[in-house]
Design a protein around this ligand. Structure first.
Ligand SMILES: Nc1ncnc2c1ncn2[C@@H]1O[C@H](COP(=O)(O)OP(=O)(O)OP(=O)(O)O)[C@@H](O)[C@H]1O
Ligand SMILES: [Mg+2]
Length: 291
């Protein structure tokens, strides 16, 4: 591994494995308004929601990219988000992950963790993983090394050179390899994988952290039909163990995986329901699906 790669890996780990500060509030671990002690490292889903957004607003130079967005997701749910270009789907993910600060609104992870009090690395370490559209695996490393890298703690380059997987981590790695359909490609250099396989590998790297919530922005863009079908299987297998929020324009993919579909338009929820319900909604047809 080159020094550049090691540095890059260390930087990446700094983003995903910063010291966790879950449950910390100004009132000292007791979240205001809920009269319940927050347990560090645990997401309180007793109210039936893992993610809760209420009346969120963001403007960029006066343009209202997010305009009164309210949405919630149940634990273990696989929620699909659709909507026209510029609807605010990616911006919503930027807000949840702490990349963009809203001007106004409420964003909670479970009942007690106010995400607006946390920065991007903290939110990642709280258990929210994000997959951007473009795969960003380390091309020179093997599949195994990429997954292993996703586990290493951020203690600088030197200690990560001597990092050894413990047996629980080895088991986790084997399980993830199987889940992402790459068990037969462990020693392959990642740069030689197909586009779809790179996407799965990156999802695998997120899974190594065992995230509670996964945000996936256009995960099947550029995939072959077969890769898309396998990705649908993968997401259906992850549902229940993790909560997923999937943004996609590919309607046949959405049809395969969806239960509840939320339609975003002009920075707010336009419609919500089964795919059949939203596809029959005149307002959705008007702005997105066409006649
Ligand atoms: N950092 C930014 N600065 C200025 N404008 C922005 C910024 N981020 C997003 N926008 C604008 O906010 C609007 C919403 O963009 P966003 O990328 O969230 O849409 P989207 O629903 O993800 O669209 P697509 O389906 O094309 O990916 C767009 O008009 C976009 O140009
Ligand atoms: Mg987008």
């Amino acid at each position: 591994m080159t020094p550049d790669l090691m540095e890059e890996g260390a930087r990446r780990l700094a983003k995903t494995q910063a010291p966790a500060a879950p449950g910390q509030t100004e009132s000292g671990g007791r979240a205001a308004g809920f009269s319940r002690v927050a347990v560090p490292g645990e997401v309180d889903v007793t109210h039936g929601r893992i993610l809760y957004l209420e009346d969120v607003h963001v403007s960029f130079d006066g343009f209202k990219a997010i305009n009164g967005l309210s949405l919630d997701i149940a634990p273990g749910e696989l929620r699909c988000i659709i909507g026209p270009n510029g609807a605010g789907k990616t911006t919503m993910m930027d807000i949840i992950t702490g990349k963009t600060r809203p001007d106004k609104g409420t964003v909670f992870f479970g009942s007690t963790i106010d995400l607006l009090r946390h920065n991007e690395p903290e939110i990642a370490s709280l258990g929210i993983g994000r997959k951007f559209q473009k795969p960003t695996v380390f091309e020179q490393l093997t599949v195994f090394e990429n997954l292993e890298l996703a586990l290493k703690t951020h203690k600088g380059v030197k200690s990560s050179m001597f990092f050894r997987l413990d047996s629980a981590q080895s088991d986790r790695l084997a399980e993830v390899l199987h889940t992402i359909h790459l068990a037969g490609s462990v020693t392959r250099q990642s740069g030689n994988l197909s586009h779809g396989q790179k996407q799965w590998l990156e999802i695998g790297m997120l899974l190594m952290q065992d995230p509670k919530l996964l945000l996936l922005d256009e995960p099947v863009a550029g995939m072959t039909d077969e890769e898309t079908a396998r990705t649908a299987e993968l997401f259906l297998a992850l549902k229940g163990k993790h909560s997923l929020m999937v943004v996609e324009h590919d309607m046949s993919f959405i049809r395969t995986i969806s239960e509840i579909v939320t339609v975003l338009c002009d920075g707010a929820v336009l419609a919500q329901g089964t795919l059949d319900q939203v596809q029959a909604d005149e307002r959705v047809i008007e702005v997105y699906l066409g006649r």
